[in-house]
Design a protein around this ligand. Structure first.
Ligand code: MN3
Length: 210
């Protein structure tokens, strides 16, 4: 099978108390696995895509045959979004961005606090399931915050993500129930700013974006 679930790079309880262990276990082992299983099933009879990374596949979503394009879009987007999500999480003990990342956030949003407010608002106001992203717009190098529905990937629009938060109910409902805004606010405690800073360097250097 071309795509496999990467192991979670830390224990299920590593993000407690902000994200609970049961949510992490279900989210990684069941939800993320399901996107991969369904993606592989959709691609089973299309060996021409066997050697593509998930990033290459999504960047060229319009080359995928129409019969399976919607499935690849949803399930492949789900795989890519979750792969990014696990990578940028770590209990940060109140740390904030530093260096070039902090400067870029300040330049684009005025302050770290304003950036956080913009990101939380995008997540709170997003109707239904989806994701909130912080991306680099390759056209002008500016940082942008926006939400996208379902499992849409920012790779479809060629905008590499610095970070992303999952606002599907499966990401927070066990602990936060209907309180999505509280989840979004609490989530800042588990963003690994070192990884995000490293991603910004990589994006500027034109490296892989997943
Ligand atoms: Mn999810």
């Amino acid at each position: 099978m071309p795509y496999q679930l990467p192991p979670l790079p830390y224990a299920y309880d590593a993000l407690e108390p902000y994200i609970d262990a049961q949510t992490m276990q279900l989210h990684h082992d069941k939800h993320h696995q399901a996107y991969i299983t369904n993606l592989n099933a959709a691609l089973k009879d299309y060996p021409q895509f066997d050697n593509l990374t998930i990033e290459e596949l999504l960047r060229h979503i319009n080359d995928v045959p129409e019969q399976i394009r919607t499935t690849v879009r949803n399930q492949g987007g789900g795989h890519a979004n979750h792969q990014l999500f696990w990578k940028i999480l770590r209990r940060n003990e109140g740390a904030q961005p530093t260096g070039a990342l902090a400067a870029a956030i300040q330049d684009n949003f005025g302050s770290f606090e304003q950036f956080q407010a913009t990101f939380e608002e995008a997540g709170t106001k997003h109707f239904g399931s989806g994701w909130v992203f912080l991306v680099v717009n390759p056209a002008n190098g500016k940082l942008e915050v926006f939400s996208r529905p379902n499992q849409d990937s920012v790779l479809f629009e060629g905008k590499p993500a610095l970070l992303a938060n999952d606002v599907w109910e499966h990401a927070y409902y066990l602990k936060y129930q209907n309180r999505r805004a509280e989840y979004l606010h609490s989530w800042w405690n588990v963003v690994d700013w070192d990884v995000v800073a490293h991603r910004l360097e990589g994006i500027k250097a034109g490296k892989s974006q997943l």
